[in-house]
Design a protein around this ligand. Structure first.
Ligand code: PGA
Length: 267
């Protein structure tokens, strides 16, 4: 892990994706429990691990006391519009997220690709628009089960990545651009990728980035997501090449999320 090297844009992150869960009061309570459970070293040492939460749009405001700049957590939205503003019913643009206190957005999550038909072109526009507006981006890529079974997982993920980054210029490759490898078959199933398989994909992604973008373009945090739990977080991080986690189900309870954070911070 190179996170203490000031020339690198790699940083360890653990981000909770709360999906379509928690009413505002529940989001507030979970934020409060997280802060109460975080050890002072974790809160003060920004270079150890950064801890993020991604509530629903309507709960962004209620988590503000726990998120930057008032609190230590980093606040992400789960989605963002591709366009700045206009006649786009139901959409929320990058400036609106910044205005609501979010510093970043998850883009290209497989649930959005699957249930809302988000394609590579739309995701590329969202990535570009969010970075232009000053947001941090967690760009998600990952293969479905049948693609892995056919042995095409690496080419599938590289094709998603290449498309999503296709609208960017060298100036966009700052530490605000994070990647997350989330195999679709591991999300919400209880079956995480093995540490070896996850690390292999992270190396493939990093290798491809190095071939296509000069350092520091290639040198960024790659998180793993998909059934991360207290019981497997330590071995996943220990495999190397994994810079942290995007956590769904296990981020909805303070105890399990804090345990994952602790593993990410100490390994
Ligand atoms: P999970 O979800 O941890 O519940 O598998 C991860 C994600 O969708 O980001």
């Amino acid at each position: 892990m190179e996170s203490n090297d000031k020339t690198t844009t790699r940083q360890r992150w653990v981000v909770g994706n709360w999906k379509q869960h928690l009413l505002r009061a529940e989001a507030d309570t979970l934020g409060r429990e997280l802060i109460a459970g975080l050890s002072p070293e974790l809160i003060d040492r920004d270079d150890s691990v950064r801890i993020g939460i991604a509530p629903t749009f309507v709960a962004l405001e209620s988590t503000r006391p726990w998120t930057r700049p008032a609190g230590p957590l980093w606040l992400f939205a789960q989605n963002v519009a591709a366009q700045e503003s206009g006649a786009f019913t139901g959409e929320v643009g990058p400036a609106m997220l910044l205005d609501a206190g979010a510093g970043g957005a998850i883009i290209g999550h497989s649930e959005r690709r699957k249930h809302y038909s988000e394609d590579d072109g739309l995701i590329a526009s969202k990535v570009r628009g969010a970075l232009d507006a000053g947001l941090r981006v967690i760009l998600c890529v990952g293969e479905p089960l049948e693609v892995r079974q056919a042995g095409d997982h690496e080419s599938h993920v590289i094709s998603q990545l290449s498309a999503a980054l296709s609208h960017l210029t060298p100036e966009h490759f700052t530490d605000r651009l994070l990647l997350a490898y989330e195999p679709v078959w591991a999300i919400g199933t209880g079956v995480a990728a093995t540490p070896a398989d996850a690390a292999a994909m992270h190396r493939r992604i990093r290798g491809w980035m190095e071939e296509h973008y000069s350092r520091p373009g290639a040198d960024r945090s790659i998180l793993y997501g998909g059934s991360v739990k207290p019981g497997n977080a330590g071995e996943l991080i220990a495999a190397g090449d994994i810079d942290g986690f995007l956590v769904g189900g296990a981020s909805l309870r303070a105890e399990s999320f804090l345990s994952i954070i602790q593993s990410a911070a100490t390994e």
